[in-house]
Design a protein around this ligand. Structure first.
Ligand code: ATP
Ligand code: MG
Length: 323
């Protein structure tokens, strides 16, 4: 053995140790490269985490500010609603109080002027005085109608209107409404046409008779009011296949501009710029019609062509139709 070792010459030993050192010095650069790569990856991950963290913070901040804005707007909306409700309650109270305060003296004005005209307590001889009394009575009656309309509409809008429901003949109700406006129509030489179909004569409605009659009177008086002398108004009852019933008032009057058809159904809205065309009115008739028929779960439709005429249609739902 010793001989074998000795057989490796000094030159060979030097050669082996050089190779060994060489191999050691070759491994060093490989490790650094790996370390660099790991380092770069770690730094990249850190940067990504930092960016992600920053954007997360930004998002949280944004959401918080949106939430804050939402809460503020919600609070503002609640305040506005509370204010609106308070204003509405104040309006209702005001109207309820004023209702009594206005109606009582107004009834006295109308009542006493009528009594004097009728000669209660002595005849009024002076013709001028008679004319004044008649004007007082007419103005009082008109004011009373307007006040009643305002009060009724605010009652309906406040959801306090109660329907007094019963079964009634639709044909009878419409005929009575037409009779009430005959004088008005004759005054303008307007023919009001209504030929009841025998098939509809037994048609009954379950609803508030006075409310429905009021709807008919409002629509018919509009048809007469907004139709020139010598014009024509037609009334119709039509039972549809789906069981609903339409009552239509068709005139050949001045018509309503298309862009005003929606507005005229709102309180105090009139359709014509020209005051004369609006005749004498307050703009409460149609909103009352719309609200009253909607209380019956029905529908109000207004179709019109300017200078050609208007169709105002009331639709009763099937559940309100009997027979
Ligand atoms: P009030 O009915 O309160 O006495 P009014 O008749 O002016 O007043 P609404 O019945 O609400 O009020 O009608 C609103 C407006 O719609 C009227 O002023 C009128 O301009 C228009 N209008 C309603 N019906 C007709 C119709 N048949 N033909 C033409 N215009 C109409
Ligand atoms: Mg009217």
């Amino acid at each position: 053995m010793k001989k074998a070792l000795k057989s490796i010459s000094a030159v060979e030993r030097a050669q082996i140790s050089r190779e060994w050192i060489g191999s050691l010095s070759n491994e060093d650069p490989l490790d650094y490269a790996l370390l660099w790569q790991i380092g770069i990856v770690v730094i990249a991950i850190l940067i990504i985490i930092l960016i992600w963290n920053a954007s997360l913070r930004r998002e949280v901040k944004r959401r918080k500010s949106v939430e804050r804005k939402l809460i503020i707007s919600q609070m503002l909306a609640e305040t506005a609603q509370a204010e609106a409700e308070a204003a509405n309650a104040a309006k209702s109270n005001f109207l309820a109080n004023m209702s009594h305060e206005i109606r009582t003296p107004l009834n006295a004005i109308i009542g006493f002027s009528d009594a004097m005209l009728a000669g209660v307590g002595g005849q009024v001889e002076n013709l001028k005085h008679k004319e004044y009394l008649s004007d007082i009575s007419n103005s009082g009656t008109h004011l009373s109608t307007v006040i009643n309309d305002i009060l009724d509409l605010s009652k309906i809008e406040a959801g306090k209107w109660r329907l007094e429901e019963c079964q009634f003949l639709l044909n009878g109700c419409l005929t009575e409404a037409i009779k009430m406006l005959t004088a008005q129509a004759e005054g303008k030489n307007i023919s009001v046409l209504y030929s009841p179909k025998p098939i509809n004569s037994s048609l009954k409605i379950f609803g508030d008779l006075n409310a429905i009659k009021r709807i008919f009177i409002n629509l018919l008086s509009n048809a007469i009011k907004y139709t020139p002398h010598g014009g024509k108004v037609e009334c119709m009852i039509e039972k549809k296949r789906n069981g609903q019933v339409d009552v239509a008032f068709i005139d050949n009057g001045i018509g309503i501009p298309k862009d005003r058809l929606e507005q005229v159904q709102n309180p105090f809205e009139q359709s014509h710029e020209d005051h004369d065309l609006n005749e004498e009115g307050t703009g409460l008739g149609l909103p009352i019609v719309k609200n009253l028929i909607e209380l019956h779960d029905g529908k109000f439709t207004l179709i019109s062509e300017i200078k050609e005429g208007t169709q105002a249609i009331i639709t009763f739902p099937t559940k309100r139709v009997i027979g």
